[in-house]
Design a protein around this ligand. Structure first.
Ligand SMILES: [Zn+2]
Length: 292
């Protein structure tokens, strides 16, 4: 079994006041950065090789597929469900580790009350449905699934359902809606005590983040607003998965500014495992720095 970079040397839980955060992973995927940053020359990443050694395999990215469990007031909110056991992602094999990782960490699928989907890209919905001999059943039998209504409308549109993102929708999202398990959100929504979803559009039309606030401590789950730790610094670099490039940049600037102002821990889907850190300033620039 391939552990993600950094696994074993760090704790996989974090306390934000009374909220316990458990880092989960579907494994990591290695790919050429040009696929997501077609306008950025390879050499532009070199200054980050020493700063984020866990994130690079030679010049290639080694991208964690992170999910997070937020436990508070007897409720368990699972944020995102990975890529799943669906072959290759960006041309490279995806491990589909999430359920094994949950088992290792003592998290049972039946304990999840809410599956919160930051957005409906295929690497965030992959384990929504069971992938064993009962593929017609949800993986999390006691959970309601939640997503912003703008993402559901966008990704279930005729145009998107005839494009390359349709496969994940057909396999992992539409069945949840057909089973009556999908609850759409139209704005700020409390999911558990101290765990609130709020819209951060740009990466997708209905991308949402989480504010964790408890006992005067704060964290922000930023989903794919920054799809790599380097984007906390390079907020302006064109990120091709963003649905709206300008809104994507603005969302990055805004959430980083907020994290600095509120001294919040920053948790991200594709930040280095376990996925949490703080924003530091060094020689006039901001960087994400992992917490262990
Ligand atoms: Zn993603």
């Amino acid at each position: 079994m391939a552990l993600p970079p950094g696994a074993g040397s760090m704790s996989h839980t974090l306390k934000i006041g009374d909220v316990t955060v458990t880092a989960l992973t579907d494994g990591s995927v290695t790919f050429d950065p040009h696929i997501l940053f077609p306008k950025t020359p390879t050499g532009a990443w070199a200054p980050y090789y020493d700063r984020f050694p866990e994130y690079f395999s030679g010049p290639n990215f080694r991208n964690n597929l992170g999910s997070f469990l937020f436990s508070s007031g007897g409720r368990n909110v699972l944020a995102d469900t990975g890529f799943g056991p669906h072959g290759s992602m960006l041309g490279n094999p995806a491990p589909g580790e999430l359920l094994r990782d949950m088992a290792r960490k003592g998290v049972r699928p039946e304990d999840v009350n809410t599956v919160f989907l930051t957005h409906l890209h295929g690497d965030h919905v992959g384990w929504n449905m069971r992938e064993d001999d009962s593929p017609e059943l949800p993986t999390f039998p006691n959970a309601r699934y939640r997503v912003h209504e703008h993402d559901w409308a966008h990704f279930s549109s005729d145009e998107m359902m005839s494009g390359p993102r349709a496969e994940a929708m057909v396999r992992s999202v539409v069945p949840i809606e057909r089973l009556g398990l999908l609850d759409l959100m139209d704005g700020k929504t409390q999911l558990a005590p101290g765990v609130e979803a709020f819209p951060t559009p740009g990466h997708t039309p209905g991308h949402m983040s989480l504010l964790i606030s408890s006992r005067n401590e704060r964290a922000l789950l930023i989903g794919d607003i920054a799809g790599s730790p380097m984007q906390v610094t390079e907020t302006e670099w064109h990120y091709s998965p963003d649905w709206d490039a300008g809104m994507g940049r603005q969302a990055r600037r805004d959430i980083i500014e907020r994290a600095v102002e509120e001294d919040a821990v920053v948790i991200g889907s594709h930040l280095s495992y376990p996925g949490w850190g703080r924003i530091i300033t060094w020689e006039g620039r901001r960087y994400w720095k992992a917490l262990d």
